[in-house]
Design a protein around this ligand. Structure first.
Ligand code: HEC
Length: 165
C-alpha cells in the first residue's frame, strides 16, 4: 500500500512537471499544430489543403521541363505509384525525388522546385489546393501523410455507425 501511494505521487509529480514544461515551450514558435494525417479513412470529413494552386502550376512547369523526357503522368498517379506512396510521408516522396531525380542529375533543382513538383503531383492525384504553400522542411513534410480522397479511386468505406476511430 505504501509503495503504491509513493509511486502514484511520483508519477503524478512527473506528469505535472512534464505538462508545465510542454506548456511553457508552446509559447511562440508554432502557433498551429502541423497536420498529421489526412484522409477519410482517418475519420476526417475534409481533406487538408497543403499546397497552393500557383505552386502546382510552377511544379507543372518544372515537371514539363525536367521530368517528362522520361516520365508520363501515369508514373506519378498510377496504381504502382499509389501502392508505393500512399501511407508514406510527403517527406519520403519529396526526399526520394530530391535525392534521385532527375535521374542522372539528382539534386540539381532548388528545394522550391522540388516542393512545387510534389505539389503538382498532389494535384494530379486529385488533392485540393489551398492558401498554404507546401513546405520544404523535413519536420513539416514528415508530419503530412500522403493519402487520397475517397473520390479519387479508393472506396469510401466510412460508415456512420463505425466507432473504432
Ligand atoms: C533521365 C530520365 C529521368 C528523368 C529526367 C527523371 N526521372 Fe524519375 N525516374 C526515372 C527512372 C528510370 C525511375 C525508376 C527508378 C527506380 O525505380 O529506381 C524513376 C522514378 C521516379 C519516381 C518513382 C520513385 C519511386 O521510388 O517510386 C518518381 C516519383 C520520379 N521518378 C519523379 C521524377 C521527377 C519529379 C522528375 C523531374 C524532376 C524525374 N523523375 C526525372 C527516370 C527519370
Amino acid at each position: 500500500m505504501h509503495r503504491t501511494t509513493f509511486f502514484q505521487s511520483a508519477f503524478l509529480a512527473a506528469v505535472v512537471g512534464a505538462s508545465v514544461i510542454a506548456g511553457s515551450s508552446m509559447t511562440a514558435q508554432h502557433p498551429a499544430a502541423p497536420i498529421t494525417v489526412w484522409g477519410l479513412a482517418q475519420g476526417q470529413d475534409t481533406v487538408p489543403k497543403v499546397y497552393t494552386d500557383s505552386q502546382a502550376t510552377a511544379g507543372q512547369a518544372v515537371w514539363t521541363k525536367n521530368c517528362t523526357e522520361c516520365h508520363e503522368t501515369s508514373d506519378v498517379t498510377g496504381a504502382d505509384f499509389r501502392t508505393k506512396w500512399v501511407g508514406q510521408s510527403l517527406f519520403s516522396l519529396y526526399e526520394t525525388i530530391r535525392t534521385t531525380m532527375p535521374d542522372g542529375n539528382p539534386g540539381t533543382l532548388s528545394t522550391d522546385e522540388y516542393a512545387s513538383t510534389v505539389a503538382y503531383i498532389l494535384k494530379l492525384n486529385g488533392l485540393p489546393s489551398g492558401d498554404v504553400r507546401l513546405a520544404t522542411d523535413s519536420v513539416t513534410l514528415s508530419a503530412i501523410t500522403f493519402r487520397l480522397p475517397a473520390a479519387s479511386g479508393t472506396e469510401n468505406t466510412q460508415n456512420s455507425s463505425a466507432s473504432h476511430y
